[in-house]
Ligand binder design. Sequence first.
Ligand code: ZN
Ligand code: ZN
Length: 174
Amino acid sequence: MQIEVASLAESGKDFDHQYQPGELSLEDERVHLLDPQPYVRGRIRSDRGRVKVSGRITGTLELECDRCLKSVRSAVVAKFGREYATVAEYAAQHAVELSEDDLNLAVFDGAVIDIDSLVREELLLTAPDHVLCQEGCQGICPTCGTDRNAAACDCETAETDPRWAGLKELVNRK
Ligand SMILES: [Zn+2]
Ligand SMILES: [Zn+2]
């Protein structure tokens, strides 16, 4: 979804959008979207050459367990508040000093605000860096590759002499 800035009334406008399956991709290797697809609602306002967008996104992310790589479902809520400036405006601002507030400043082409990329970026920012499929996930044995949540293996990872790893693997296969 894109919003044309020229079409905005002085007072701004409210918007909302329910994404359909396949409509939006996060374009990320680690994080993917699951159903229900993202829903965004917010308010957009044009103010002296700048555009302010704020609102809330709900979505469901698929991540990988840190330890066993199993897929983990995570429902997230992202609240956002952004300000966009045209490239020229942005450059002019950089010539003087940028205030703290301006660190949130994004650049747009002066015509449209791309809500899709806003939603994509905010969801990726909200995605947790570390997730576990379950509390105390045992992970995958680095020696034999067994999912330790499903089965125990005989490897003593900490103590195993690497020279014996190959032999252990042979034994484990039997
Ligand atoms: Zn896990
Ligand atoms: Zn093992």
